[in-house]
Design a binder for this molecule. Structure first.
Ligand SMILES: Nc1ncnc2c1ncn2[C@@H]1O[C@H](COP(=O)(O)OP(=O)(O)OP(=O)(O)O)[C@@H](O)[C@H]1O
Length: 470
């Protein structure tokens, strides 16, 4: 909602303009001295400032450059009770949007205000488009509408230091996007520090995050900075933040609020000016309800939200992803580049990708390992569990419908979220069963194929009660 600042020592004028502005659905804030007005412009964002020339503490025109230089660079409409041609010239030359004599009509002032707001909005859009076009998006492939929306969010987040919260299923690119947030920020020359909350060792976690002094515990033979300090002036990426132990959440909330903390065994506080990016594939609202995540911490994390879509919801990106990753792996293995048949792409597009882009990348890697010397890739080169799922889903009445495409008309539709959860769980379970079969229950091999970490794989096998012993 546009925010308007009125700087005028005339009480009546402030009331009239406030009424006018609010009637248009904007918010208004008024100040009766130049000093107050300049302070307000420096502490809040304003789109337009109405500025009176004759003020008790000076001439409004002298304050114009300071107001224009305030953080939100508002458009300024000068108002004066004295018809002064040289003042008008000076105001316009100094970059004021308009110069209006008091005694103006409602129509005149409204038109000037609305035009200034329109100009500002269009300028903002052009800037946004330019920023999106010059965005550093190293390794982020795709041009689907949903992916572009996420890239726009990166461009917007680049302008501020606000915390960024990235959500998305496993393998959707959360870490890739977190790095892009860092690369596009003014912190890009400093460290990008990753904290994987799933693998924080219970006994050493505090020292790992906050550092320690020499002799603070057995084995601490020298003082060491923690990860939080290493992110000073850079970006701290909390991956899988939902796994952060309850005992640490409180400490972390304080670090987030104050950017100060005390290393283990130290009696002085250390500063770290980091920007926080956090990611999760868990439903943190649900975890808050269950008492497993602090609501005050979640509130802090979620200043700026980027929701990454699963690959099955942006299938139009699969062709570009295929080309990119084939070329990348061929270069890596020193192979000449390969072509692919339309059926190869069709099969990739019709598979459900429960492991998202990570599963996709691992699949292409595996395909190239088996088709090293062949020039063209066909569906035959794909792993059998993919071909089986796609074939079954294409057969009428097949036993395995695609997770996002119900085959039969339904009498009573469940809630979309319930439906999604059920089919997602079915697909995930099927994938893990196939994975155990394809890998011969060899856990390292299963991790390699799926791209899952060992702890995540064990957790999923437990969830679906799949036997991992040969
Ligand atoms: N849009 C994309 N274009 C190209 N590659 C991508 C894209 N998104 C993800 N990837 C690739 O997919 C793999 C997984 O990405 P990443 O590790 O960022 O996912 P994640 O969401 O953090 O996964 P997890 O939840 O399991 O930690 C990486 O190899 C990454 O380079």
């Amino acid at each position: 909602m546009p925010n308007i600042l009125i700087i005028d020592d005339d009480d009546m004028m402030c009331t009239t303009l406030t009424t006018l502005v609010e009637r248009k659905g904007h918010t208004a804030h008024s100040c009766m001295t130049l000093q107050e007005g300049i302070a307000a412009a420096n502490s809040q964002d304003f789109d337009v400032v109405f500025l009176d020339v004759k003020m008790p503490d000076g001439n409004g025109l002298d304050a114009l450059p300071k107001i224009e230089a305030s953080p939100s660079s508002p458009e300024v409409i000068i108002m004066t009770g004295f018809g002064d041609a040289s003042g008008a010239e000076l105001a316009i030359k100094s970059g004021a949007w308009d110069y209006i004599e008091k005694g103006f009509s409602v129509k005149e002032i409204t038109l000037s205000l609305e035009r200034a707001l329109q100009y500002r909005q269009e300028k903002r859009e052009v800037l946004q488009a330019r920023k999106s076009a010059t965005l550093k998006r190293e390794g982020i492939i795709g041009s689907s509408v949903s992916l572009k929306g996420c890239l726009d969010m990166i461009a917007q987040s680049a302008e501020s230091d606000a915390n960024v919260f990235i959500t998305g299923e496993t393998g959707t690119g959360k870490e890739l996007f977190a790095r892009a947030v860092h690369e596009n920020s003014h912190r890009s020359k400093e460290n990008f520090v990753v904290v994987d909350c799933t693998s924080l060792p219970e006994t050493l976690v505090e020292s790992l995050l906050f550092g320690h002094e020499k002799g603070s515990f057995t084995g601490a033979d020298k003082a060491q900075d923690g990860l939080v300090r290493q992110a000073h002036k850079g970006t701290l990426f909390l991956d899988e933040v939902g796994e952060l132990p309850m005992s640490l959440q409180k400490a972390f909330l304080r670090v987030l609020q104050e950017h100060r903390f005390r290393p283990l065994g130290s009696n002085r506080e250390v500063e770290s000016d980091f920007r926080l990016v956090a990611a999760t594939n868990r439903d943190l609202d649900e975890m808050v309800k269950q008492g497993k995540f602090r609501s005050d911490l979640l509130f802090r994390l979620r200043s700026f939200i980027i929701e990454l879509p699963p690959l099955r919801e942006r299938r139009e990106d699969i062709k570009d992803l295929t080309r990119y990753h084939i070329d990348k792996f061929c270069a890596y293995y020193g192979l000449p580049s390969k072509g692919f048949s339309p059926e190869f792409i069709d099969t990739l597009c019709n598979y459900s990708w429960p492991g998202n882009v990570r599963e996709f990348v691992n699949t292409i890697d595996r395909v190239l390992a088996t088709a090293r010397f062949e020039q063209t890739l066909f569906p035959k080169h794909l792993p059998s569990h993919i071909r089986v799922q796609v074939a079954q889903s294409s057969l009428e009445g097949g036993s395995q419908p695609l997770p996002d495409a119900p085959q039969q008309p339904v009498q009573r539709l469940p809630k979309l979220q319930e439906f999604r959860d059920t089919v997602y769980a079915q697909a995930e379970q099927q994938y893990l069963t196939d994975l155990m079969e394809v890998s011969g229950k060899d856990i390292p091999e299963a991790c390699r194929i799926s791209g899952l970490s060992q702890s995540r794989l064990y957790a999923l096998l437990k969830k679906y009660a799949i036997n991992r012993n040969s």
